[in-house]
Design a protein around this ligand. Structure first.
Ligand SMILES: C[S@@+](CC[C@H](N)C(=O)[O-])C[C@H]1O[C@@H](n2cnc3c(N)ncnc32)[C@H](O)[C@@H]1O
Length: 321
C-alpha cells in the first residue's frame, strides 16, 4: 500500500503472472478456444475501451450517464450518506464523478484489474475530492474480494456500472452478486448498470463500429499476449468478429484466424485452422424482469429501477433480501 496524496491509498492485489499464464494456456487448450474478457485490460486496452465509450454507435455509456445525471439524487436518497462506496471495474471513473455530486461519502474504493489506469484515474478523484478517502484496489473482482481492514464500516454501497455483469455467464453472475450481497451487509445497496435486450441491428452496430476501434480493442489482446507471455501471434492474421446471438441473448466477440497457423505462447504450441475462433467476450443482455429474477437468486431484491425513454439501458438498486 502506498500513499500518493494524503487521502489516496493504492492496494496492489493484482493477480500473479502465473495465474495469467495458467488462464491463457487453459483457455487456448480447450476444444473451443477462449480467453476471458478481463484480459483485454492492460493500459492500452483501458485506453481503447475509453475511446469506444465515445463512439457514436456505442449507446451504453452515454445512456447510463444520462440516467445517473437524471436520477442521481434519487439513487443517493436510497443509498444514504456517510458510508463507503466500492466500485467494481471503475475504469476512467467518469460515472462515479456524477454520483459524487449527489452523494456524501466517507470513503470511495475503486476496484479494477488495470493497474496503471486505476492508479491514474483514482488518483485524479482523490485530487479533486480532498475530503474523500480514496482506496484504490487493484484486484480481480471475479474472485472473492478481500477488503483492507480499514473498510469495517456500517454502511456499504457497491456500484457496478457499464453492464460488466453481462460479461459473466448467468450462473457466474449469480455467484458474483451473492458475494456482493455478503459485502453489502443489511443496510447496503448495490447500484448496477444492465444493458437491456433490444433491436439486434443496434447491438450489431455498437460492437462493430465504423472506425474499427472495437476491432483494435479485441485484437490488442493478442498484442498483450505477445508482450507479456512471450507469444508470437501474427495480429494481422486474425480479424474481429462480433454478432448478437439472439437465442442466448448475448453479443459474442471473437478473434478469427484468417489463415492456418501455429502460434507459440510461453513455450506451448497452438494450431489454428483457417476460420477458427478465439471467443473473447460475451455481453449478456437482460430485460428488467430477467435481471431482477437473477438478482433474486443471489439473495438481492429490487428497490428501484431506472431506464431511459428508449429502453436501451437500466440501472437497478438492489438490497439484501
Ligand atoms: C467494460 S469496462 C467498464 C468501465 C466503466 N465501469 C464504465 O462503466 O465505463 C470494464 C472495466 O472493468 C475492469 N475489469 C474487467 N474485468 C475485471 C475483473 N475481473 N476484475 C477487476 N476489474 C475488471 C476493466 O479494467 C475496465 O476498467
Amino acid at each position: 500500500m502506498e500513499a500518493a496524496l494524503p487521502n489516496f491509498f493504492f492496494h496492489d492485489l493484482h493477480p500473479a503472472p502465473e495465474d495469467f499464464h495458467a488462464e491463457v494456456i487453459a483457455g487456448l487448450r480447450g476444444e473451443n478456444k477462449r480467453l476471458p474478457p478481463k484480459l483485454f485490460y492492460d493500459e492500452q486496452g483501458s485506453q481503447l475501451f475509453d475511446a469506444i465509450t465515445r463512439l457514436p454507435e456505442y449507446y451504453p455509456t452515454r445512456t447510463e450517464i444520462g440516467l445517473l445525471q437524471r436520477h442521481g439524487p434519487d439513487m443517493a436518497g436510497l443509498v444514504g450518506d456517510d458510508g463507503l462506496l466500492l466500485e467494481l471495474g471503475s475504469g476512467s471513473n467518469i460515472k462515479i464523478r456524477i454520483l459524487l455530486e449527489a452523494l456524501r461519502l466517507q470513503a470511495y474504493a475503486p476496484i479494477d484489474i488495470s493497474r496503471e489506469f486505476l492508479r491514474l484515474s483514482a488518483g485524479a478523484i482523490a485530487q479533486d475530492h480532498p475530503a474523500l478517502q480514496v482506496h484504490a484496489i487493484c484486484t480481480d473482482y471475479s474472485k472473492p474480494i478481500e477488503l483492507p481492514r480499514c473498510f469495517d464500516t456500517e454502511r456499504r454501497t457497491v456500484f457496478f456500472p457499464g453492464s460488466s455483469i453481462g460479461n459473466f455467464e448467468p450462473e457466474q453472475a449469480r455467484e458474483l452478486m451473492q458475494r456482493v450481497a455478503a459485502l453489502l451487509g443489511p443496510d447496503g445497496r448495490l447500484l448496477i448498470g444492465v444493458d437491456l435486450k433490444k433491436d439486434p441491428e443496434r447491438l450489431h452496430a455498437a460492437y462493430n463500429d465504423s472506425q474499427g476501434i472495437t476491432a483494435c480493442f479485441n485484437l490488442n489482446l493478442l498484442t498483450r499476449l505477445n508482450r507479456e507471455l512471450d507469444a508470437d501471434f501474427d495480429v494481422s492474421a486474425f480479424r474481429h468478429h462480433a454478432f448478437y446471438n439472439e437465442p442466448l441473448g448475448r453479443v459474442e466477440m471473437h478473434l478469427i484466424a484468417t489463415i492456418r497457423q501455429r502460434v507459440r505462447v510461453d513455450g506451448c504450441c497452438f494450431e489454428f485452422q483457417t476460420g477458427e475462433s478465439i471467443h473473447t467476450e460475451n455481453s449478456y443482455k437482460y430485460s428488467v424482469d430477467e435481471f431482477q429474477a437473477l438478482a433474486a437468486q443471489a439473495g438481492l431484491i429490487g428497490e428501484a429501477v431506472w431506464q431511459d425513454d428508449d429502453a436501451l439501458f437500466s440501472i437497478h438498486c438492489l438490497k439484501a433480501a
